[in-house]
Each structure stands twice: as structure tokens, then as C-alpha cells.
Design a binder for this molecule. Structure first.
Ligand SMILES: Nc1ncnc2c1ncn2[C@@H]1O[C@H](COP(=O)(O)OP(=O)(O)OP(=O)(O)O)[C@@H](O)[C@H]1O
Length: 472
């Protein structure tokens, strides 16, 4: 198939103009619609090879339009544009059959790449039967950064099918939340979602937890126990820390995935189970396969669709949104007064490396909001940031300078752009001189040498900047 004719529907004139012009330049024939209804009429009148729709339009909304077009012309690739890059939007668009999803303002190259990809795709999505009604999301994932947008896209695409998903990511990146979102966006929504952390349960008990046992199966088995597989029948089972599952159990899990039936320990009958497995790990499973700690066949069976969650430090731009979300949540749940974060504190939070990811951020915000008597949370409410920006005896001078100046920059509050050059230099000068004087234990001759300035110049700067030699 080859894409020539593109329909662009957007109520914003500037967007229509830009797309018509740039797509036209690339050799496409572009037709414009100013509303969803007009787009529908044009689609009924003329053949198109691709449609680009704005999600928010007066009248028939982009999402409703998307559902209508996808129902009538399932093979037509539809690219959805939105100014609001929430998870709900992206997931909803992909669930309703969008080919791809773009957040405004976007690069025209990004749209061109999508069109080229659609062009190359040899087979299009099979016609969807009846669309499942859109369901409200259980608990939304917060984040609008590019890596999170990719997560939402995959999530939206796989939620409706029963494929096995393997979610990877460091601890606290939201793997369980993603698993819940997959379940919450699937047809299994009203059936159970059960989670089991394979690392938190002793090996001997894990088998019973998963498969259950019959009365008298072993000493102490006084009652029959129904395992998680049976309890989750019709729904989804989230197996967290799957890399910690013992090898014998891995073999049993593989059998359930293949045969779709289980046998309780001590039992003889096979029991059919219809359960979607969503697995997660923060380990390198491929490495474990190589080290023979994880079955290769099970790895491939689980890893049909991989979803890799970014570490929080890789999406620092999402931190203000997350902070705002957690503060509001606290306000609602704990009945706390409204709280906000100062710009310096936010900058500090964005700069921190978050080894515990979103869970650590959530805890830090909770702690700060509960302990602080003030409506505005400042750097002082996050003492670990001071340590992260504080001194370290073993650090090299270069590393110390880079880290401290970086911290000063992050904490700088640019109020206006007048005199920016002087302001930034001034901001850097004091900590730089302080660090070097600190390192040379106040020896000005050595400090001037390291700084590469004349000793008199250093003395004058110490005076004009009011550097306290005793303290520093
Ligand atoms: N994108 C997000 N938006 C909002 N909250 C989030 C997000 N990601 C994680 N959280 C919150 O952070 C906490 C940790 O998330 P979750 O338990 O899903 O992480 P995990 O990757 O499964 O952790 P672990 O590997 O330690 O089990 C939860 O309270 C969750 O609600």
C-alpha cells in the first residue's frame, strides 16, 4: 500500500495550515477538515490513505471520530494529535485503534516518520469486531515524558488482547501500577486482579500460594487451599519479581501457560484456569537465562510483549507533575492543608538521582508534607537533598566543583532575564572560590594557583563577595 492522500482534521487553523504546507511539500495530497463532523463527511465522500486527527474538537470529538472511522475503515492508519499528553488520552487513543499518537507541539519529522512507517507496514491491523466500551482507569499513571508516552502506547495496544506481558524496570518505577492499568483496560476488568511477589514468599510456600493444595496433601494440610491461579480465574495474575521464582516452579508455570490448567498439590484432577499472566522483574532475566537461573523457554513465553519502565532520573521532567499529584492525593486522603513546593525544592528534587524511583519520591513528599508546618515546602523539608548536594571528603576537586556548581545552578531562581550573564557568573563565583579555599584549607596562594587567578584578585574577590574565611 502507498500513502498519497491524507486527511487532516483540527479545529486550530495554524495547525491545519502548517500540516497542509509541510505534508504538501513532502508530496502528499492533503485535505483539511475543521471539525469531526466535516472529517467524517470527507471520509465518506473521498478515499484517504491516512488520517491525522486532533483529539479535542468541538462537536464530534477526535476520540469518537477515531472510533467511528476505525469501525468503518479498520485498515486506515489514524494518527492522533493532542496537546494534553496524559496517560488516559494515549491509552484511550491506542485502544480505540489509533495507529500512532503525537503530543503537540511535535516535530514534523516525527509525523513524517510515522507516515513512512505506516507506508512500509505490509499488513494493517485486522478489522476489530465490537469495540469494548471505554472503561474508567483504575489508578492513572502520572508522567508526560517521552519514555512514558511510549509505555502508554504499548499499554493501550496490548491491554485488550490476552498476550503475556513482561514489565521490566528498577524497583519503584511503577511496574505493579502498569500491570493494574493493563488489567483495568482489558475485558477482564470486572474479574479479579491478584498480585503475588515471588521474592517475598518463602520458596516452600510459593507453590501452595500459586497452585493450592488438597486436604491431607502434606502434614499440616488440614483444609483444602485454593491457590492464586484458581482465585484469579477469568482475571489477571501479576507475578512480581518473577526472576526469584525457583526453577521447579518455573517448570510448573510454563505448563500452566501452555495447557491452561493446574493441579493442586496432592490432587489428581486437572483444573482449567483462564488467567492472564502479567510478569515483572527488576533483574536482567536474559542474564539469568544465560546463568541457567531462569528457564529460556519460560522467558520467551513470558516476554511476548516487553514493557520497559524508565527510571525516574531518566524522566526528571515528570517530577513536578508527580509532586503535584502526590500533594493533592495527600490533601484529599489525609485532609491536609494545600501544600506546594518552592521552585528551589522542585529543582533539587529534579536533580536528585532517585535510586528508589517514584516510590521514594512519594515517600519523600509524604514525609515533607506531614512534618512541615508551612504551606510551601522548601529545600529544608528534603534534608537528603542537602546531603546529596553536600561535601564528600573522598571526592576529587573536579567532581566536587562540578557537583556543587550544578547544585547552585539548580537552586538558582531566575526571576528575570536581564543581566543573565552577570547573574549566573555571580552565582557560580562564590561557591567556586569557597570550594577551592575549603580544599586548600584557606591557603590563598594555593587557591589562587588552582583557580588560575592572581593572588590579589582572589583577595579582592574574597572581600567583595563577603566570603567568610573562618567559616569557609
Ligand atoms: N507513573 C506513576 N504515577 C503515579 N504513581 C506512581 C507511578 N509510578 C509509581 N507510582 C507509585 O509508586 C509506588 C511504587 O509503584 P509500584 O509498586 O507499581 O512499583 P514497582 O516497580 O512494582 O516496584 P517493585 O519493583 O519494588 O515492586 C506506588 O505507590 C505507585 O502508586
Amino acid at each position: 500500500m502507498s500513502i498519497h492522500r491524507i486527511l487532516v482534521a483540527d479545529d486550530e487553523e495554524s495547525i491545519r495550515w502548517v500540516l497542509a504546507k509541510s505534508l504538501g511539500k513532502l508530496g502528499y495530497q492533503v485535505e483539511l477538515a475543521t471539525s469531526g463532523d466535516q472529517a467524517l463527511t470527507l471520509l465518506q465522500e473521498k478515499p484517504f490513505d491516512l488520517a491525522v486527527l486532533d483529539i479535542k474538537m468541538p462537536g464530534l470529538s477526535g476520540l469518537d471520530l477515531l472510533s467511528r472511522i476505525h469501525q468503518e475503515r479498520p485498515a486506515l492508519p489514524i494518527v492522533v494529535m493532542t496537546a494534553e499528553s496524559t496517560m488516559a488520552n494515549a491509552v484511550e487513543a491506542m485502544k480505540r485503534g489509533a495507529y500512532d499518537y503525537l503530543t503537540k507541539p511535535f516535530d514534523l519529522e516525527a509525523l513524517d516518520a510515522i507516515i513512512l512507517r505506516a507506508n512500509q507496514a505490509t499488513e494493517m491491523e485486522p478489522p476489530s469486531k465490537t469495540e469494548p466500551p471505554p472503561q474508567p482507569l483504575d489508578r492513572t499513571l502520572i508522567g508526560r515524558s517521552r519514555p512514558m508516552q511510549e509505555v502508554y502506547k504499548v499499554l493501550g495496544k496490548v491491554a485488550a488482547s490476552d498476550v503475556t506481558v513482561l514489565i521490566t524496570g528498577e524497583s519503584g518505577t511503577g511496574k505493579e501500577l502498569v500491570a493494574r492499568a493493563i488489567h483495568g483496560n482489558s475485558a477482564r476488568l470486572n474479574k479479579p486482579f491478584l498480585a503475588l511477589n515471588c521474592a517475598a514468599i518463602p520458596r516452600e510456600l510459593l507453590e501452595s500460594e500459586l497452585f493450592g493444595f488438597e486436604k491431607g496433601a502434606f502434614t499440616g494440610a488440614n483444609e483444602r487451599k485454593i491457590g492464586k491461579f484458581e482465585q484469579a480465574h477469568g482475571g489477571s495474575l501479576f507475578l512480581d519479581e518473577i526472576g526469584d521464582m525457583p526453577l521447579e516452579l518455573q517448570a510448573k508455570l510454563l505448563r500452566v501457560l501452555q495447557e491452561k490448567e493446574i493441579t493442586r498439590t496432592g490432587g489428581v484432577t486437572n483444573i482449567s484456569v483462564d488467567v492472564r499472566i502479567i510478569a515483572a522483574t527488576n533483574q536482567d532475566l536474559q542474564e539469568q537465562v544465560r546463568a541457567k537461573g531462569f528457564r529460556e523457554d519460560l522467558y520467551y513465553r513470558l516476554n511476548v510483549i516487553p514493557i520497559s519502565l524508565p527510571a525516574l532520573r531518566e524522566r526528571a521532567e515528570d517530577i513536578p507533575l508527580l509532586v503535584d499529584f502526590f500533594l493533592r492525593q495527600l490533601q484529599a486522603k489525609q485532609n491536609l492543608a494545600a501544600r506546594a513546593c518552592s521552585a528551589e525544592a522542585l529543582a533539587g528534587l529534579q536533580h536528585y538521582s532517585w535510586p528508589g524511583n517514584v516510590r521514594e519520591l512519594e515517600n519523600a513528599i509524604q514525609r515533607a508534607a506531614l512534618l512541615s508546618p508551612n504551606p510551601q515546602l522548601t529545600l529544608d523539608d528534603f534534608p537528603f537533598l542537602a546531603t546529596a548536594c553536600g561535601g564528600d571528603q573522598d571526592e576529587s576537586l573536579e567532581a566536587l566543583i562540578a557537583r556543587k556548581l550544578n547544585c547552585s545552578l539548580m537552586q538558582m531562581n531566575v526571576q528575570e532575564l536581564d543581566n543573565l550573564y552577570d547573574m549566573v557568573l555571580h552565582q557560580m563565583e562564590r561557591p567556586l572560590i569557597n570550594i577551592v579555599l575549603d580544599k586548600t584549607r584557606g591557603n590563598q596562594v594555593k587557591a589562587a594557583e588552582i583557580l588560575g587567578i592572581n593572588r590579589n584578585t582572589l583577595r579582592k574577590k574574597i572581600q567583595t563577595l563577603g566570603i567568610d574565611l573562618k567559616k569557609d
